[in-house]
Design a protein around this ligand. Structure first.
Ligand code: NDP
Length: 256
């Protein structure tokens, strides 16, 4: 058997991370830099840019930023073009940017439905489409879509979110099948309850917090770092024979 020591090494690779400057995207960017990749970070605001720059410099890696709303018309093409002009290549795409808007079913606004679907699904598709043009030509690449437990459950107050995250699973399978002959793998990661800013309100509501914890076999909210092994696995040669999968990283939440 060949040596497995470099299976997770991303040295010389270039990754795009949408929503990569803050929240979980910031951790994905750090993890990819730590594994050896250079990272092209996309977000609307410049939150988190200086810290990420310092993180990359300390590891002798490069990080570049692009401020853009990924739902703008033509954004996907601009992002991929800018990344390839900057770094000369694109090997990994992490479709992470996503939003959630809560409301009762009958009060749900059409514009909120459109916003959620536009970011969580349409932008993810358009970026995958642009990345695929590069990756199929070079006959290698990894697309990693970020799903959710709502990829498998019915979130009645966040049904556009649940619908978009279910669609991420379907698109991941279809794209994996279509791109496999070109040596490109498309997989998804479905995070469970993660201790982030987005979930602070839930954690601070004692009743909801207990309810959630009773539903998680692991018995605790995940630290963001607990997701990173799976992202690096999906970005690296270690997962070359894994295609079209959505991997829950949820402490067993979906088992109950
Ligand atoms: P955050 O809200 O903390 O981060 C979202 C990121 O996306 C920000 O960096 C934001 O940057 C960027 N973003 C949002 N909209 C746009 C846009 N239109 N154009 C460009 N960038 C955009 O969310 P999380 O880190 O918590 O979640 C990240 C992903 O993980 C999402 O897909 C979410 O559904 C998923 N997830 C999260 C879980 C959790 O517990 N936190 C659990 C399961 C899944 P800026 O505002 O500067 O544009």
């Amino acid at each position: 058997m060949e040596s497995l020591s470099n299976l997770f090494d991303l040295t010389g690779q270039v990754a795009i991370v949408t929503g990569g400057a803050s929240g979980l995207g910031n951790y994905y960017s750090q993890a990819l830099l730590d594994a050896g990749a250079d990272v092209f970070v996309v977000s609307r605001s410049e939150r988190g840019w200086p810290e990420l720059t310092e993180f990359a410099e300390n590891r002798n890696r490069k990080v570049k930023f692009m401020s853009i709303d990924i739902t703008e018309s033509g954004a996907a093409e601009k992002i991929v073009k800018n990344c390839v002009t900057t770094f000369g290549q694109l090997d990994i795409l992490v479709n992470n940017a996503g939003i959630q808007i809560r409301n009762n079913v009958l009060d749900y606004k059409d514009e909120d439905w459109r916003k959620v679907i536009d970011i969580n699904l349409n932008a993810l598709y358009f970026l995958s489409h642009e990345a695929a043009k590069i990756m199929t030509k070079q006959k290698s690449g990894k697309i990693i879509n970020i799903g959710s437990m709502q990829s498998f459950r019915a979130g009645k107050f966040i049904f556009p979110y649940a619908a978009s995250k279910h669609a991420v699973v379907g698109l991941t399978k279809a794209y994996a099948d279509a791109l496999a002959p070109y040596g490109v793998q498309v997989n998804a990661l479905a995070p469970g309850y993660i201790d982030t800013e987005m979930t602070k309100a839930l954690q601070n509501d004692p009743e909801r917090n207990t309810e959630i914890l009773n539903h998680i076999p692991a018995g605790h909210w995940a630290k963001p770092s607990e997701l990173m092994g799976t992202v690096i696995y999906l970005a690296s040669d270690a997962s070359n024979y894994v295609n079209g999968a959505t991997i829950p990283v949820d402490g067993g939440y979906l088992l109950r």
